[in-house]
Design a protein around this ligand. Structure first.
Ligand SMILES: Cc1cc2nc3c(=O)[nH]c(=O)nc-3n(C[C@H](O)[C@H](O)[C@H](O)COP(=O)(O)OP(=O)(O)OC[C@H]3O[C@@H](n4cnc5c(N)ncnc54)[C@H](O)[C@@H]3O)c2cc1C
Length: 512
């Protein structure tokens, strides 16, 4: 596969000096021109990859300049601007937004924060002038959720690093010009070290080139290539990222930063689901009435609208907390809450739109069907939601133990990210918690805590002056969800699967 370096002869277009509103408008009009004019996204969405003119046109607005620090010629890498860009992209195409999100949070931000100066100068110059792209490889065929045990290894030889291993599912497989590859140091005495290091590989250099062994037939996100890669590369010492303390802390900092900014990708997507649902329900008549008039439909639409408001609050929070100056390595509860809530909302919204649209939506060339398969993996990558919910609960319990608390209400009342929420739930959480919860209960508790954190952020958005009726509706939706989730948490259910279930379990035998 060839790497995709776009428009290397294009001059910089002054996008770094433009006021942001103009820059964003230019980007949005380009997307509309490409996806609704020159090409039809409903048609494009059924094909893998992207015709070269689509990316060339989009990249001609120099969108990645928003991600790059001013010192290296970019617009400054402000989380607010970068997230607004991700949101504009996801309104038109979720795959495009993920492609941008990968470049932003999984490549440019880590390199900007931990890269060596000379590396940054050359990499960011190519991003700006040649529209280069970068991705991140952590996952291995045998080590996904268990990434800390990855087997990709490196040794130091003659002032450079030799990295060997197999990685898969790196977004932009075969396309990216740069890869950030994770590996553990191999030492003769102690084997693989526990810590993890990050290296930038430049696909233009044959010694750093990563071979694609297999291209995957991914279920959705057709725009983005995925696959399995063989790594056997030699990279200069300059290409190693420099952690402030350990590599694992650096990894947590970068993953948490990415998760805190997930709402940028969710925002445009959720707004699109809402707009599509409203437009459809106002024009589709069933039994002589527009769908919009049915109570159940109103329930779905109001939930879609609540998702829009919730995601707006998470965006505001992310834009103020995703900056490189912050150390986010210890902020798992907050980052994991945002990631899980946004991605659950995205999947739920697409499912709801598909339900409302009916059979017409169950087509690859309809946005509802595509949105459902495109948003599903967001609940899996960058931390499977099941695991993140467990971790949210574990973090909360750890804080409770530290403060010698067992009453959930007391914790919620003193934890800074749930303060506002605690006032809204009077006595609901006035229960003593068992500190040794089974994993499924940790997941339930994690869901509750993540929604409380979200509740707090929505209240904060309301206090800043966001439209009051939208805030009121979304808080009411969240309150109901928290009540349901807490009820599930409190109910007894510890059933386990019956193995070898086939014996005496065929209904046919019992039918009279
Ligand atoms: C579309 C897509 C894009 C991706 N992009 C990237 C990328 O750019 N870079 C990259 O490095 N990787 C990427 N990934 C890989 C992704 O991060 C991994 O798929 C993810 O970490 C899960 O690993 P796994 O698939 O090996 O699943 P596994 O680790 O096998 O886990 C599968 C499931 O098992 C359950 N599970 C696992 N462990 C536990 C546990 N301890 N307790 C309870 N349940 C558990 C969870 O439900 C989990 O979802 C991408 C994946 C997809 C689908």
């Amino acid at each position: 596969m060839t790497s995709l370096t776009l428009g290397s002869s294009l001059p910089a277009n002054g996008s770094t000096q433009q006021p942001f509103a103009d820059f964003l408008d230019a980007f949005k009009s380009k997307l509309q021109h490409v996806f609704q004019g020159r090409a039809d996204i409903d048609h494009l969405g059924t094909k893998r990859g992207l015709p070269p003119f689509v990316l060339r046109e989009i990249m001609s607005t120099n969108p990645f300049s928003a991600f790059i620090p001013a010192k290296f010629g970019g617009r400054g890498g402000l989380p607010s601007e970068s997230m607004a860009l991700l949101s504009a992209a996801s309104y038109e195409a979720l795959g495009l937004s993920l492609m941008f999100g990968i470049n932003y949070a999984l490549f440019v931000q880590p390199v900007a924060k931990y890269g060596q100066e000379a590396l940054k100068t050359s990499v960011f110059r190519r991003f700006l002038q040649e529209k280069a792209m970068g991705g991140l490889m952590i996952t291995e065929p045998d080590f996904g959720s268990d990434a800390l045990n990855m087997q990709t290894s490196y040794t130091e030889e003659f002032g450079e690093y030799h990295i060997q291993g197999t990685k898969h599912w790196g977004g932009l497989t075969g396309w990216a010009d740069y890869w950030l590859v994770t590996a553990r140091e191999q030492t003769p005495e102690r084997g693989l070290k526990r810590d993890i290091d990050f290296f930038v590989c430049d696909m233009n250099d044959p010694r750093q080139h990563i071979d694609v062994e297999e291209v995957y037939e991914n279920l959705g996100l057709y725009m983005i290539p995925y696959g399995r890669n063989k790594i056997d590369v030699h990279v200069p010492a300059l290409h190693k990222l420099e952690p402030e303390s350990t590599g694992i802390k650096m990894m947590l900092d970068l993953l948490h930063r990415s998760r805190i900014q997930f709402a940028g990708m969710g925002m445009g997507f959720l707004q699109r689901m809402l707009d599509e649902a409203l437009a459809h329900c106002k024009t589709r008549f069933v039994g002589g009435k527009s769908l919009f008039e049915f109570d159940q439909v109103q329930d779905r639409l109001s939930r879609l609208q609540a998702s829009f408001t919730i995601c707006s609050a998470l965006c505001m929070h992310g834009s103020e907390n995703g900056g490189l100056e912050q150390d986010l390595s210890g902020r798992g509860l907050e980052a994991n809450s945002i990631k899980t809530v946004v991605t659950d909302l995205m999947q739920e919204a697409s499912q709801s739109l598909l339900q409302l649209v009916g059979a017409k939506g169950y087509r690859l060339n309809h946005i509802a069907g595509r949105a459902t398969v495109d948003s599903r993996p967001f609940q899996i990558f960058e931390g499977s939601n099941d695991l993140l919910y467990t971790q949210i609960a574990e973090s909360a319990l750890k804080l409770m133990r530290r403060d010698k608390l067992s009453n959930l209400q007391k914790f919620i009342k003193q934890y800074p990210l749930t303060l506002r929420a605690s006032e809204a739930f009077s006595d609901l959480f006035n229960v003593e918690l068992d500190m040794q919860l089974p994993q499924r209960k940790l997941v339930d508790l994690g869901k509750v805590v993540s929604r409380l954190v979200t509740f707090d952020m929505v209240s904060n958005l309301g206090e800043r002056g966001f439209r009051a009726d939208l805030i009121k509706n979304s808080l009411s939706n969240l309150r109901q969800e928290v009540n349901n989730l807490f009820c599930t948490f409190q109910s007894d259910n510890l059933t386990t699967v019956v193995d070898d279930y086939e014996e005496n379990s065929n209904w046919f035998t019992f039918a009279r």
